[in-house]
Design a protein around this ligand. Structure first.
Ligand code: CMP
Length: 139
């Protein structure tokens, strides 16, 4: 298996609950390395750009509203088979369907307020990391 990079966003619901530290520790304990990390509040334009692929979905407005309501922590992760493994560690999109012990089962509240974002492929992981970090910040 190859070393890959993937993007984690700790969403406003988890930051509001002060669970960002617990989630980062969960990811470190699962074996991921943190390449780069920053906290910021997304502008509407940044959230709409990040989720542009979902712009025709009925929940798009709600998603942008939620993602801009407070700070997020954006984390570039690296590790063996990181894209697939990270998705296993965070669990299903809907916390009610996420396996026990996964980040979304532990810290998520609903399909929308589900604590973390995860890249769904290696290509998207690369693009999503580049959305938030300059190449020189990832060395
Ligand atoms: P994320 O991994 O950030 O990528 C797209 C997001 O859309 C997803 O997590 C969910 O939080 C959100 N989403 C998916 N389905 C719904 C829904 N039915 N209602 C609200 N938000 C949703």
């Amino acid at each position: 298996m190859a070393i890959q990079r993937t993007l984690c966003i700790i969403k406003p619901d988890a930051v509001e609950k002060k669970k960002q530290g617990a989630i980062l520790q969960h990811l470190l304990d699962a074996g991921f390395d943190i390449l780069a990390m920053r906290q910021l509040t997304l502008s509407r334009r940044m959230a709409e750009g990040f989720y542009a692929v979902h712009k025709e979905r009925p929940f798009f407005g709600e998603l942008v509203e939620f993602m801009t309501r407070g700070p997020v922590v954006v984390v570039a992760l690296e590790g063996e088979d990181a894209v697939k493994r990270y998705r296993e560690v965070i669990g299903a999109t809907d916390p009610a369907e996420a396996a026990p012990g996964t980040v979304r089962q532990l810290y998520g509240a609903s399909k929308g307020e589900n604590a973390v974002h995860g890249s769904d492929s290696e290509d998207n992981g690369r693009q999503e990391i580049a959305y938030f970090f300059e190449a020189h910040q990832l060395l």
